[in-house]
Design a protein. Structure first.
Lengths: 212, 1059
């Protein structure tokens, strides 16, 4: 790695770390390196790209944090990709990871809501819930309507979380429900890493770059 | 048939060893008759099958002789052979008296017909001689199938037959028929035997109890008297109604009775579920070593047995029977304690409708608590008939344990009555008298047994199930079928139900939710674990749920969770354990799976700062939950020890300094629970916890204050602790807590602490300063007994000081104290008598007591069954006699009073004996009364006691002897009943008070020359010479006087001899 490149990364890290709460400068540096590593072949192709595309990002999620649900991974991508340009830039990457790995409850509520708001309209509708929950029950062959259980599950969830009774979850509804019962943070599917994979990831990402 | 025949044969082996005779019981007889009929008709009913030749002949010893047989048989001399043969020329019946061999049913059937009325004997003999009858008839391979499981046997049979191949098909077919016929008979016999059995087995503990009560009614005086007495051999009654020791209960024995009929000697009777019969009784048992051996037939009930043994009873009982019918009725609806408390707990939160439902449930569900002998001991390996040696061991121990048992029973019943009151009895009181066997099941006294026997109430029908039920059922369905996301949603929705409500709790259980919740604990999913525990910790408030959780192995999993790195999870698990471990088995489980150690580890946090970070807060919460769980667990004695061994004491001591009240309550709760163990009491003062306990007394939280006071109550038995409480200024807050008289639990704990603290005189002085006595006296009325016991105890201690006696009198404490003498609570009576006795040492106060007739009340307490009360009352009587002007007259005025005192000398309790001696010393001051007690034989009775080694008793006994010597003829009498020599030995005692009393007694006794000789022979001179040098004037004088008398006798002797 050239010294110029290193200088660049350091400068970038400096600017980014001013905006990111939960990482210090050297950690940001590590994350940028990691980002560059992931970007690696993309830059090689010569096209000017701003960041990780959906596929690469999902690969990372899958390989590093063991996520499997396509819909949720798309949701996570959307939550990271703040400017909606279909690429996760290095800034979005570090900011996203800050919440993803070390976020406070409030930050995580916002993040999860963004993940679950599939169409980005600011509400989680019944249909969205249905989509996200549709594989959450083991179907029984004997059932007449295989979706009945899911529909009912959606209904009781709406009943529990929809405080303003408009038939859908606004951010306020979601926030209130989660504050009441933290377990509801990932109500519609796992979109945050568990403690173990956080530990593994941080160990790998933040180890001294000189060693490698 | 195999089964029932084998059974029939087994009855005899079990009872009479290996002789193999069939016992002649009605059941056996009817079985035999059935078999006989079967065999008789077999030949004509199934001719084809009957012709089948047995695999092996049935052989037995017959009573038949040649002349019994008719022309179908070849008779040569005594031998008989049937003409019918097995096709190979072999006769199917051969008789060479007395042996007979038969090889087919047709022959059997003919034989029993020929035998006529001897048929029954023949069948019996045949069955006795051919235990493996079926094997002989059908051959071993088929018989094996027959013995197998009923369902599969037919199939196996067919397979078996197929294997044998076609050439034997014909034969096999017959065999199968025979087999089926035999099986049919078998079934008939078994079902018949069963009905017979069910008629025979009939006695239950309650039935026996009823009958004994009835019989006791027969023991009246006068000419209507039918029996002299009926009594149990043991006063202790187990909770299942039995009085026999557990290892005999396994045999079905309920209790043992000694019945004295009017016309024969007393009968020792065993009542068992099978009926009643005579046993060896204690006297003979000494020779044969087993008092339980049955020595008579079994009768269906006591009345029948007595009628057969006592003609007088038989003649008279019938006339009484007509008025009082002996009934075997099991009382229905034995009161479940703990129930009322439970329902009111729920009513707080539930809608009135719910309360009604509950009431309804309580009324309708038949909650018949079945009384039957305990089978608990069955697992201890004591029941095997070959384990004679092992059986003897506990039976020997039982004699020793009996006193302890009675004591325990008192304690237990007391703590039961107090149900929820954790301050039950004096600490350290119960531990001493336990036999090793009991230790296996031992628990601390303060635990309430509320949980142990809750009835199981399940909804009877689905008719009136509330809507919650269905909703919960749905959620549980999602829990079962959902992935973690759906599971978490379902769990969160379930939390929204009112989980404190019994309907919801039961609904979760009834739809199988508990299993799922507990399974979730085993997953790796932290969110599912947390959600599940959040529900479990709420519903485990219900005792049935607790039980179910324990049954499903939930405790083991939760103990495992205590190792989790997630603090929140650990806290929740500990909190749930705290709820579940409210019954004994659960507490044991927690210990056995290493939970105590892990819970103690939870206590390891340092929450000294008043404000905490989020992480610290979680740790404090975990410590709180850990302490809660330990609090629950610490109700078992062994867990207390386990907590200590796990290093819990220093951690508790550290947490005790915490500023957080919600953490302090379980910590102090655990400490006060554990303070019943002396190791903890030592630790509490050595770890400097007294200071913190005192500090926490000053916090404004009544629950915390109560536990602190209660811990002090238990610890202040030790002098050092009492002093520390004073040094840390703990007495003042205690006194000020007395003003919170509305909180009775707090009041009981506070007064308890004051009582124990007032054992130290320095503390009494402080209490005086705070004017505690006035407050205590005002608490003598309208308080629950738990409070009264402690208040009176404190007054009794304070009244040891003269100034306080005056105070008690002046603020009107004597009257309520004397009133309390009429109570029934043993602990209270002990304290009241002590307090009254202390007050009576002052002449002015004594006058009041006398006016209130207090002495008579004290005297009547000598008849109290409790030995502690007897002793305490006798002690109290002493100052009363001393300080009453016309004491002699007063004592005489109590009809039978002196006899009562003298009879106390028959007691086996040392304290009672000592107190009785002391009272006798006081009574003997009056010459006239001394004459009376002499008439009651006080001298030989005192002499009987002289061999004691107990210094306290020795002292009072010697004083009593000295006192009784005032009646001159008693001096000689003491010599005659050999009281003198043992007294001389008292001089070797270490106790100066004993020396003094003994020297005085010896001085009095030395007035008789014969006694002088005895004394001299026993070597009295040397020790007395030493005692003349004593600084104690009284001792000096008495010793010198005694020696003087001896010396004078010898001088006189010499003079007479040598002139």
């Amino acid at each position: 790695m050239s010294s110029l490149n290193r200088k660049l990364i350091q400068n970038l890290a400096e600017t980014i770390s001013k905006h990111v709460k939960h990482f210090n400068k050297s950690e940001v540096e590590c994350l940028i390196r990691l980002f560059n590593g992931l970007m690696g072949d993309q830059t090689a192709s010569g096209r000017a790209v701003h960041g990780l595309d959906r596929g690469k990002f999902r690969n990372t999620l899958h390989n590093t944090f063991g996520m499997t649900d396509d819909m949720l991974m798309d949701g996570v991508f959307r939550a990271f990709d703040k400017d909606n340009d279909s690429f996760v830039s290095v800034k979005e990457w570090t900011e996203g990871l800050s919440v993803f790995l070390r976020g406070t409850l409030d930050e995580k509520i916002k993040y999860c809501f963004d993940v679950y708001d599939l169409n980005g309209d600011g509400y989680i509708s019944r249909e969205e819930m249905f989509h996200m929950l549709k594989n959450s029950l083991i179907r029984q062959l004997t059932e007449e309507d295989p979706d009945e259980g899911i529909k009912d599950l959606v209904e009781i969830t709406v009943k529990k979380m929809d405080h303003d009774h408009d038939g859908r979850l606004s951010f306020l509804d979601f926030e209130k429900a989660v504050k009441e019962e933290n377990l509801l943070l990932e109500a519609f599917g796992t979109c945050l890493p568990d403690a173990k994979s956080i530990l593994v990831f941080e160990q790998q990402a933040f180890q001294d770059p000189l060693e490698h | 048939m195999g089964a029932s025949w084998t059974r029939a044969a087994q009855w005899t082996t079990a009872i009479s060893g290996s002789t193999g005779n069939l016992e002649l019981t009605p059941i056996n007889e009817s079985l035999l008759k059935d078999i006989l009929r079967f065999v008789e008709q077999f030949g004509s009913r199934h001719p084809q099958v009957a012709a089948h030749v047995f695999e092996e002949p049935l052989q037995w010893t017959s009573t038949l002789v040649a002349s019994d047989f008719n022309t179908d048989y070849d008779i040569s001399d005594a031998d008989v052979q049937s003409q019918e043969n097995d096709g190979k020329g072999h006769p199917l019946l051969r008789l060479s008296p007395p042996n007979i061999a038969v090889e087919s049913f047709s022959q059997l059937s003919k034989l029993v017909q020929l035998a006529g009325d001897r048929g029954l004997t023949e069948v019996a003999a045949c069955l006795e001689a051919n235990r493996d009858l079926v094997v002989k008839i059908l051959g071993p391979s088929l018989a094996k199938v027959l013995e197998g499981d009923a369902d599969t046997s037919a199939l196996q049979l067919l397979e078996k037959l197929k294997e044998e191949g076609p050439e034997q098909a014909q034969d096999s077919e017959v065999k199968v028929q025979l087999f089926l016929l035999l099986q049919q008979l078998d079934n008939q016999l078994l079902s018949k035997a069963l009905t017979d059995f069910s008629k025979e087995v009939g006695l239950s503990p309650s039935a026996v109890k009823n009958e004994v009560e009835l019989l006791k009614g027969f023991c009246s005086e006068g000419n209507k008297r039918v029996l002299k007495s009926v009594r149990y051999t043991s006063d202790y009654e187990f909770s299942n109604g039995c009085r026999s020791p557990p290892w005999r209960q396994v045999q079905g024995e309920i209790c043992y009775l000694v019945v004295e009929p009017c016309d024969t000697e007393s009968l020792h009777i065993t009542c068992s579920t099978a009926g009643v019969f005579l046993n060896q009784g204690l006297k003979q048992a000494a020779e044969t070593d087993n008092i339980y051996t049955q020595t008579s037939d079994t009768y269906e009930d006591l009345a029948t047995l007595l009628k057969s043994r006592s003609p007088h009873f038989a003649a008279n009982a019938n006339s009484q029977d007509s008025t009082q019918k002996v009934q075997h009725v099991e009382p229905v609806g034995v009161e479940e304690q703990g129930q009322p408390q439970r329902s009111c707990k729920h009513q707080e939160k539930n809608a009135p409708k719910m309360a009604r439902r509950q009431e309804h449930a309580v009324n309708t569900t038949s909650r018949k608590k079945k009384l039957e002998p305990s089978l608990k001991w069955k697992n201890l390996g004591l029941t095997s008939p070959f384990d004679e040696a092992e059986q003897k061991k506990p039976s020997k121990g039982s004699g020793k344990g009996k006193a302890g048992e009675t004591q325990e029973k008192m304690l237990r019943s007391e703590s039961k009555r107090k149900a929820n009151f954790s301050l039950a009895s004096l600490p350290g009181h119960q531990s001493s008298q336990r036999s090793k066997m009991e230790e296996l099941f031992s628990e601390s006294s303060s635990e309430s047994e509320e949980d142990e026997e809750q009835p199981d109430r399940r909804p009877k029908s689905n008719m009136d199930l509330p809507s919650e039920y269905w909703q919960i059922q749905k959620l549980v369905k999602y829990l079962k079928r959902g992935d973690q996301t759906a599971t978490v949603i379902a769990l969160c929705c379930m939390m929204d139900f009112n989980l404190a409500q019994e309907t919801c709790q039961m609904a979760i259980r009834d739809v199988g939710g508990l299993e799922v919740l507990i399974n979730l604990l085993d997953t790796e999913e932290i969110r599912c674990q947390i959600g599940s525990l959040k529900i479990l910790r709420k519903i485990s408030q219900n005792s049935q749920i607790r039980r179910a959780i324990a049954d499903l192995g939930g405790l083991q999993t939760m103990v495992k969770i205590l190792d989790s790195p997630v603090v929140e999870l650990k806290a929740l698990a500990a909190e749930t354990i705290a709820n579940v471990a409210r019954f004994r088995r659960a507490r044991r489980t927690v210990r056995q799976y290493g939970g105590i150690k892990k819970l103690v580890e939870l206590l390891d946090c340092a929450p000294d700062a008043a404000t905490l970070s989020e992480e610290q807060e979680k740790e404090v919460e975990a410590a709180r939950c850990g302490a809660l769980a330990l609090w629950s667990c610490s109700k078992s004695t062994r867990n207390k020890e386990a907590i200590r061994q796990a290093g819990g004491v220093p951690l508790l001591a550290r947490l005790l300094k915490s500023p957080h009240e919600n953490l302090l309550i379980p910590v102090v709760g655990t400490l006060q629970e554990c303070a019943s163990e002396s190791s903890y009491r030592v630790a509490i003062h050595s770890e400097g916890m007294v200071k913190d306990l005192v500090t926490n007394l000053n916090r404004d939280n009544e629950e915390l204050q109560m536990h602190c006071a209660s811990a002090i109550f238990k610890c202040a038995e030790d002098k050092q602790t009492r002093d520390l409480v004073r040094q840390y200024q703990g007495l003042k807050p205690l006194v000020s807590l007395l003003s919170k008289a509305d909180n009775k639990q707090l009041l009981a704990a506070t007064t308890g602490a004051i009582w124990k603290c007032s054992i130290s005189i320095e503390n009494v002085a402080k209490f005086q300063e705070y004017q505690t006595l006035e407050i205590l006296v005002s608490l003598l009325t309208d308080q629950p007994e738990e409070v009264l016991v402690n208040v009176v105890g404190a007054l009794g201690e304070c009244a040891q000081g003269a100034a306080n006696r005056g105070t008690i009198r002046k603020c009107g404490g004597i009257q309520p104290l004397v009133n309390l003498l009429t109570g029934t609570n043993q602990a209270l009576l002990v304290n009241v008598t002590r307090a009254v006795g202390a007050c009576a040492t002052e002449i002015d106060t004594m006058a009041i007591i006398d006016k209130l007739d207090g002495v008579r009340l004290l005297w009547s307490l000598l008849k109290n069954p409790g030995v502690d009360v007897q002793a305490s009352a006798a002690w109290a009587i002493c100052p009363c006699i001393q300080n009453t002007k016309y004491a002699g007259e007063m004592v005489r005025s109590f009809v039978g009073g002196m006899e009562l005192i003298v009879n106390l000398l028959k007691s086996t309790n040392k304290e009672v004996l000592a107190s009785a001696c002391a009272a006798i010393t006081k009574i003997a001051i009056d010459k006239e009364n001394l004459a009376v007690i002499t008439d009651y034989g006080v001298v030989p009775m005192l002499a009987n006691l002289t061999n004691t080694t107990d210094d306290k008793l020795r002292r009072h006994l010697a004083e009593a002897i000295a006192g009784c010597c005032m009646w001159v003829s008693n001096i000689e009498l003491f010599g005659e009943v050999r009281a003198v020599a043992p007294l001389v030995r008292y001089l070797k005692s270490q106790d100066c008070a004993v020396h003094r009393a003994t020297a005085e007694a010896l001085f009095q006794l030395s007035k008789s020359p014969n006694n002088c000789i005895t004394m001299h022979e026993s070597g009295v001179v040397k020790p007395l010479l030493v005692m003349i040098g004593s600084t104690d004037d009284v001792l000096q004088e008495a010793a010198a006087g005694c020696l003087g008398n001896i010396r004078r006798l010898f001088l006189a002797y010499d003079k007479a001899r040598y002139g």
